[in-house]
Design a protein around this ligand. Structure first.
Ligand code: FES
Ligand SMILES: [Fe+2]
Length: 404
C-alpha cells in the first residue's frame, strides 16, 4: 500500500509535532545553535544607571552578567569564573537601591575581576601573575530605546536597533521599575510564545482582559468596524497631541529573528489598561499621544512588550529546560506614578496566571501519544509565522550539521 501522509493532503498549515516540545535533544540543539545567538533582554537601562550596577540573566544553563563598567559602558559576560568555573554573582532583584560593585569577586577561591571581566587578582599567583591575561567570556551588548540586550551573534541586529523608532519616545532609560515578578511555567518555551502571539483565545479565557481591551469583544462579535472607528479616533487624537504612532510591522518574517510590532486602540473610552481605564501617573517620556491605545510587539522572540500611556510591561521569556520556562514581568513607569502597585499589576498579573494554566495544560496535551498537529485558524497567523520561523531554523540547522 502506498505510504501517504494524511497531514500533507490538506491545504491547512499545522502546529508543530509533539517532539518539538518534549525532546531533550531538540532543546539541546536550541541551546547550542539558537538561544546563544538570539538577543536576550537583560532589562531596561534604568537598572544600569551607575558603574557597578548589574543584572544576572539565566537561560537554559547559561548565566550572563550585564554590568556597567568603570567607564560607564555596559558589558555582558559569562557568569562563570575562569579558575574552576564557579558561578560568580546572583541576581539582585528587589534590592533597592540597586547594588553597585567595585569588582567581581569569586566566592570560591576569591579571584577578583574588574567590571570589564579582566582578572586583576589571582589569589595564590601573586609572584608571577601568569594568569592575568584571563578574562570572563564576553558577549555583544545592544542598548536601544532604553532597553539593554545581549547576544552571541557576530554583529548588531538591525531589528533591535529599530526599536528606537518604536519605543524611543517612552524614554525607558529614565523610567522606574515599579515591580517585577517571575513566573515558572511548566511548559516548553515555544508553547508560551505561541500562546502570546494570538489573542483568539482571549475571549473565552481572559474575562478581565476582555473588559479592558475593546478589540477582543469587537472581533468576537464580528464588529471589526467598531475597532476601525476606535483606531481612527485614537490616531487623530494622538496626531493632535503631536505624537505619531510608530509603524506597524506585523507581517514581515525575518530569517534570523522573529519580531513584530503593532499599535492598537483600547476603546471603551479608556485611556490606559487598568480596572477603571483612568490615568495612574505621568506619561512615560513624551508619549502623551499613547493615551487610549497600546503598542504591542515582540523582539527575538524572548521579549514581548506592551506600552500604555502611563506604564510599560516587559515580558521576558527565559527557557530553562525542555518543559520549563521562566517568564519575568517588569512593570515600568515614570517617576511620577500615583497608583498602587496592585492597581498597576492587576491586569497582567491576573492574565498571566490564566495563560500559565492554558500553556501548562497544552504541554500535557502535546506530550500525549494521541496528539497530532492541528490546523491553524486565520486569527493565529502570528503563531503560524512563528512555527514556520522555528521550522526554518530547525531544517537549516540540520542541513549544516549533516555529514558531508
Ligand atoms: S572557582 Fe573562582 S576562584 Fe576558584
Ligand atoms: Fe492569553
Amino acid at each position: 500500500m502506498e505510504n501517504t501522509d494524511i497531514y500533507t493532503e490538506t491545504a491547512y498549515v499545522k502546529s508543530l509535532p509533539g517532539h518539538a516540545y518534549t525532546d531533550e535533544k531538540i532543546f539541546k540543539q536550541e541551546r547550542y545553535s539558537l538561544f546563544r545567538y538570539l538577543p536576550v533582554i537583560a532589562g531596561p537601562s534604568c537598572l544600569l544607571k551607575k558603574s557597578g550596577n548589574y543584572i544576572v540573566t539565566d537561560i537554559a544553563s547559561e548565566s550572563i552578567i550585564t554590568i556597567k563598567d568603570q567607564e560607564g559602558v555596559v558589558k555582558a559576560m559569562a557568569n562563570t569564573c575562569r579558575h574552576r568555573g564557579k558561578r560568580l554573582l546572583e541576581n539582585n532583584i528587589g534590592s533597592n537601591p540597586q547594588k553597585t560593585l567595585k569588582s567581581i569577586v569569586c566566592p570560591y577561591h576569591a579571584w577578583r575581576f574588574d567590571l570589564n571581566g579582566k582578572l586583576i587578582i589571582a589569589r595564590g599567583d601573586q609572584a608571577n601573575a601568569s594568569f592575568r591575561h584571563l578574562c570572563l567570556r564576553k558577549l555583544r551588548v545592544q542598548e536601544t530605546a532604553g532597553l539593554t540586550f545581549y547576544h552571541g551573534f557576530n554583529q548588531e541586529y538591525e531589528q533591535v536597533n529599530n526599536l528606537e523608532n518604536i519605543l524611543g519616545t517612552l524614554k525607558l532609560e529614565d523610567a522606574v521599575v515599579r515591580d517585577r515578578k517571575t513566573y515558572t511555567v511548566n511548559a516548553n518555551w515555544k508553547l508560551w510564545v505561541e500562546n502570546f502571539l494570538e489573542c483568539w483565545h482571549c475571549a473565552p479565557n481572559h474575562p478581565e482582559l476582555s473588559e479592558v481591551k475593546g478589540f477582543i469583544k469587537q472581533f468576537e462579535s464580528g464588529r471589526d468596524d467598531l475597532y476601525l472607528e476606535d483606531e481612527y479616533d485614537w490616531r487623530a487624537q494622538a496626531h493632535k497631541k503631536g505624537w505619531e504612532l510608530p509603524p506597524d510591522n506585523d507581517f514581515s518574517s525575518d530569517e534570523n529573528l522573529f519580531h513584530f510590532n503593532i499599535c492598537m486602540p483600547l476603546g471603551n473610552g479608556r485611556v490606559t489598561a487598568n480596572k477603571d481605564g483612568k490615568r495612574m501617573g505621568d506619561t512615560l517620556g513624551n508619549a502623551d499621544g499613547l493615551e487610549g491605545g497600546a503598542i504591542f510587539g515582540c523582539m527575538g522572540p524572548f521579549l514581548f512588550y506592551l506600552a500604555y500611556v502611563d506604564y510599560t510591561v516587559l515580558f521576558c521569556v527565559r527557557p530553562q529546560s525542555v518543559t520549563k520556562t521562566e517568564v519575568e514581568l517588569m512593570w515600568v513607569t515614570s517617576e511620577n506614578f500615583q497608583a498602587s502597585t496592585d492597581d498597576l499589576t492587576w491586569l497582567w498579573h491576573t492574565t498571566i496566571q490564566q495563560d500559565i494554566s492554558l500553556v501548562e495544560e497544552t504541554q500535557q496535551g502535546v506530550s500525549s501519544l494521541y496528539y497530532t498537529p492541528g490546523p491553524f485558524q486565520a486569527e493565529e497567523y502570528r503563531t503560524q509565522a512563528f512555527t514556520a520561523w522555528w521550522q526554518n531554523w530547525k531544517s537549516k540547522n540540520e542541513n549544516q550539521n549533516s555529514p558531508k
